[in-house]
Design a protein around this ligand. Structure first.
Ligand code: NAD
Ligand code: ZN
Length: 365
C-alpha cells in the first residue's frame, strides 16, 4: 500500500484539513481499519450503485462489520442521470431514516458519478458529515475522487450545483479496476496519459514502455500509475484548491474534448473525447509553432496503444465551435486553450485565432 497525502489548503476559507489517499491491492478488505485510523467508527452509510455493489459491495460490507461498524447501504441505479437533486433528495431522506448523525461517515463506493453525488450529499446533509471516497474506476481513482469537487447536474447543465468538499480519506483499491470493461479501463487511461503530457516527460516515457502491462492489468504497474496520477493531482489541488489558477492546466484536451463529448450526445465517452481533444489541441500547438511534429506522433501512438480514438469525428468544425462558444471558451475571434510546448510542459493562451482551430478541425460542419 502507498499513501499520498493531500496537504491542507491555505487557511483562507473552508477545508483546512489535509487527508490521505491509500492506494494498493486488497484495500477494500482493510477499509474498517483505515476508517478507524482516521477517527471514524461505529456507524457508516455506503452510497453506491447497483452494479458496483453487486460486484464489490459484500467485500466492503464484511470488512466494515468485522471492525464493528453498523452499516447502512443505499443503492441507486448506475448512470449520469442519477447526479441530480432528485436523487440527492431521496438520499437525504434515507439518511434520516437510517438515523445518520453529524459524525456518521458517508462512504462513496463507485465511479465518478457516485463520488460526485455522494460527495455532494455528504457536504450538505446536516451541513456536512465525514466523507470517505472509495473510487472504483480509473477515472475516479486518477482524477475525480481527488480534487474535492462534488456536484449534481441540473436543468441539463453538468455540475451546476456543487461544493468543494474534501474527503476525510480516500481508498483506491487496484483490485476493483479488474472488473471494468476494456472500454472503461481505456477511457480512464486518457486522464492518466494527460498528466504525462502536461507535467512529466519521464512519466510519459514510463507509460510508453508499460502500456502493454497496463492492459494486461499488472498490479504493480496499475498501482504505479494511480499513485503517480494521485500525486500530480494532489500537488496541483494543494496549490489551487478552488480552481482559480494553475488547476486550469488539467483542462488540457478538455476544451475540444468537452465539445466532442457534447456533439456526440455522449456516445463518445469523456476519456475518449479527451483523447481526441488532446490530439487536436496538440495539433493546434504545432500550428502556432509551440510543439514539434515528433511530439504529436508520440502522443498519438501512446493513445492508440491505449485503445483510444485520436481522430476528430466528422461532425467537427462549426458545430464544435458553437459548443465552445456556449462554454465561453471563445472571445473576440480567439479561443482559450492549454497547449503543450513539449511532452511534459504546457502553457495557457487565450490567443488562438478561430481559423487555426478551423484548419485543424478540417472546417467540417
Ligand atoms: N469531481 C471531479 O473533479 C470530476 C472530475 C472528472 C469527472 N467527474 C465526473 O465523473 C463522472 C464519470 O465517472 P466514471 O467515468 O467513473 O463513470 P461512472 O461513475 O458512471 O461509472 C461508469 C460505469 O462503471 C460502473 N463501474 C464502476 N466501477 C466499476 C467496477 N470496478 N467494475 C465494474 N463496473 C464498475 C458503474 O456502475 C457505471 O455503470 C461524471 O459524472 C463526471 O462529471 C468528476
Ligand atoms: Zn476529464
Amino acid at each position: 500500500m502507498q499513501i499520498v497525502t493531500v496537504k491542507p489548503t491555505p487557511p483562507d476559507t473552508q477545508g483546512k484539513r489535509g487527508y490521505n489517499i491509500y492506494i494498493g491491492t486488497g484495500l477494500l478488505e482493510q477499509a474498517g481499519l483505515l476508517l478507524k485510523e482516521n477517527g471514524l467508527h461505529d456507524k457508516a452509510v455506503i452510497i453506491t450503485d447497483q452494479r458496483v455493489y453487486s460486484i464489490h459491495g459484500s467485500l466492503l460490507l464484511q470488512a466494515l462489520e468485522r471492525d464493528q461498524f453498523q452499516v447502512t447501504v443505499l443503492r441507486i441505479e448506475p448512470g449520469e442521470n442519477q447526479k441530480s437533486l432528485e436523487t440527492a433528495g431521496r438520499l437525504y431522506e434515507a439518511l434520516t431514516d437510517a438515523n445518520a448523525e453529524r459524525s456518521t461517515p458517508i462512504i462513496a463506493l463507485g465511479g465518478g458519478v457516485i463520488g460526485d453525488l455522494a460527495g455532494f450529499v455528504a457536504a450538505t446533509y446536516m451541513r456536512g458529515v465525514p466523507l470517505v471516497q472509495i473510487p472504483t474506476t480509473v477515472l475516479a481513482q486518477a482524477d475525480s475522487s481527488l480534487g474535492g469537487k462534488t456536484a449534481v447536474n441540473h436543468k441539463n447543465i453538468k455540475n451546476m450545483i456543487g461544493t468543494f468538499y474534501p474527503p476525510s480519506l480516500t481508498i483506491a483499491d487496484i483490485n476493483t479496476l479488474k472488473t471494468l470493461s476494456e472500454r472503461e479501463l481505456n477511457a480512464g487511461l486518457a486522464e492518466v496519459i494527460k498528466y504525462g503530457i502536461i507535467l512529466d516527460k519521464r512519466f510519459f516515457e514510463y507509460l510508453e514502455l508499460n502500456i502493454g502491462n497496463i492492459q494486461k492489468q499488472d498490479n504493480n504497474v496499475l498501482e504505479t500509475i494511480i499513485v503517480k496520477a494521485a500525486s500530480y493531482k494532489a500537488d496541483i489541488v494543494a496549490q489551487d484548491p478552488y480552481d482559480r489558477g494553475i488547476r486550469n492546466i488539467l483542462n488540457f484536451g478538455h476544451t475540444i474534448g468537452h465539445a466532442v463529448e457534447t456533439a456526440s450526445h455522449l456516445s463518445i465517452w469523456h476519456g475518449e473525447a479527451v483523447a481526441i481533444g488532446m490530439v487536436a489541441e496538440a495539433r493546434i500547438a504545432q500550428e502556432v509553432g509551440l510543439l514539434s511534429g515528433n511530439a504529436i506522433e508520440r502522443i498519438i501512438n501512446l493513445l492508440k496503444s491505449a485503445g483510444l480514438p485520436t481522430a476528430l469525428p466528422t461532425f467537427s468544425g462549426g458545430k464544435l465551435l458553437d459548443i465552445m462558444r456556449h462554454d465561453k471558451k471563445v472571445a473576440d475571434g480567439k479561443i482559450r486553450f492549454i497547449l503543450p510546448t513539449e511532452i511534459g510542459a504546457v502553457k495557457m493562451t487565450d490567443e488562438v485565432p478561430v481559423n487555426i482551430f478551423e484548419k485543424v478541425a478540417g472546417n467540417k460542419r
